[in-house]
Design a protein around this ligand. Structure first.
Ligand SMILES: NC(=O)c1ccc[n+]([C@@H]2O[C@H](COP(=O)([O-])OP(=O)(O)OC[C@H]3O[C@@H](n4cnc5c(N)ncnc54)[C@H](O)[C@@H]3O)[C@@H](O)[C@H]2O)c1
Length: 337
């Protein structure tokens, strides 16, 4: 490897472009190749941040010995085949969330990565958010957590609602919430029970769009987790996390607008963007995307363990929680992890 990490991006849409913009500012990263079935998308991104070439053929990136790291930022049905191909080509891998839409798919990726001896990071950037970090630091051993990740109704035509390409809100978006719940609880989930189902998309009966789950973790922490696309929370905003530690409470709201944490039993009793250094007072940094890419490049380039990062087993867990929640809804029975 040269002194910079050679990066290839597969899927130059919304998220691939977001990562490319952050990577372009990282000294140790070199944007080498962009691949997209729509060449125009790759070229637009090239025009914005620059790279050595654009292609419609992902194989070009896998064959390129100047590419060390591949970011897979396509829709969900392609995560498994592309991650396996990348690992088999000896590339270090970043896969956007969810790792896959099935437990089997996640495990196939895990096996491929372990067989090839390559690194894999999954796109759970919230772990790098200073707001999530603050919750974790102030209440490291919560007794009870409440989590909520709720969107206004997604269109029936949205790719994320396609049963094959997206999987619906619970598998597509809920994985973020499930990963954060695990991260904040600080222990493995043991059981999950849930109600919900298909409440907002009767024309797409295959998907689960709404879940209200109860999770018990190995350290005794219990959590209530609500996710779906059944409306916009008027006060809390799209994401809401509340940690109860007995003598302290931390409540994060407005995460996607004006992120704010209010504390009970902790001074000062508020944490906002104003508490961050000026360069971090923007949405990308506040949500962890900036530090996620820095940690990825340091991991690949300098072998610095990204302690916050979601690795392959974390990607598997987050999908498993969603799948088990759906099984609980369908069977009426608590599911064991
Ligand atoms: N971490 C986050 O907060 C976050 C936010 C949004 C999206 N995402 C995830 O990012 C991923 C991409 O979502 P998006 O919103 O950027 O989608 P998008 O539709 O904007 O972009 C996907 C891109 O992949 C391209 N593509 C499709 N098939 C391809 C192939 N075979 N080879 C190469 N390129 C191909 C498409 O042309 C498109 O440009 C998904 O996994 C999504 O869940 C994550």
């Amino acid at each position: 490897m040269s002194d910079k990490v050679g990066v290839g991006i597969i899927g130059c849409g919304g998220m691939g472009s977001h990562h490319a913009r952050n990577l372009a500012k990282i000294e140790g990263a070199h944007l080498r190749g962009f691949a997209d079935v729509r060449l125009e998308s790759a070229q637009n991104l090239h025009n914005e941040v620059g790279c050595d070439y654009c292609t419609t053929q992902v194989q070009d990136l896998f064959d390129d010995d100047q590419i060390d790291l591949v970011l897979i930022c396509t829709h969900h049905d392609l995560h498994v085949p592309l991650a396996i191909q990348a690992a088999e080509a000896g590339k270090q891998v970043f896969v956007e969330k969810p790792l896959a839409l099935t437990i089997e798919g996640c495990e196939q990726i895990q096996e491929a990565v372990e067989r090839a001896g390559v690194k894999l990071m999954a796109g759970f950037q919230a772990r790098f958010s200073p707001f999530i970090a603050k919750l974790k630091a102030v209440i490291p051993e919560p007794l009870v957590i409440v989590g909520q990740l709720v969107d206004p109704r997604w269109g029936d035509e949205s790719w994320a609602n396609d049963p094959i390409e997206g999987g619906g809100n619970v598998l597509s978006q809920g994985c973020h919430m499930f990963d954060v719940m695990y991260w904040l609880a600080g222990a493995e989930p043991v059981t999950i029970y849930a109600e919900g189902g298909n409440l907002t998309h009767p024309k797409i009966p295959e998907i689960t769009d709404s879940v209200v789950a109860t999770i018990r973790f190995a350290n005794g922490c219990v959590a209530s987790a609500i996710n779906g696309d059944f409306g916009a929370p008027a006060l809390a905003g799209k994401a809401f996390y509340e940690l109860f530690g007995g003598t302290k409470t931390a409540t994060l709201y407005g995460y996607y607008g004006t992120p704010t944490i209010k504390f009970w039993g902790v001074e000062p009793a508020e944490f906002t963007m104003e508490n961050l250094p000026p360069e971090a007072r923007n949405s990308s940094a506040a949500h962890g995307y900036v530090d996620e890419m820095k940690a990825l490049i340091d991991w690949v380039g300098k072998d610095i363990d990204p302690v916050n990062a979601a690795k392959v087993e974390d990607g598997v867990r987050a999908t498993k929680l969603g799948i088990k929640a759906i099984e609980a809804i369908k069977t009426g029975q608590p599911q064991h992890l």
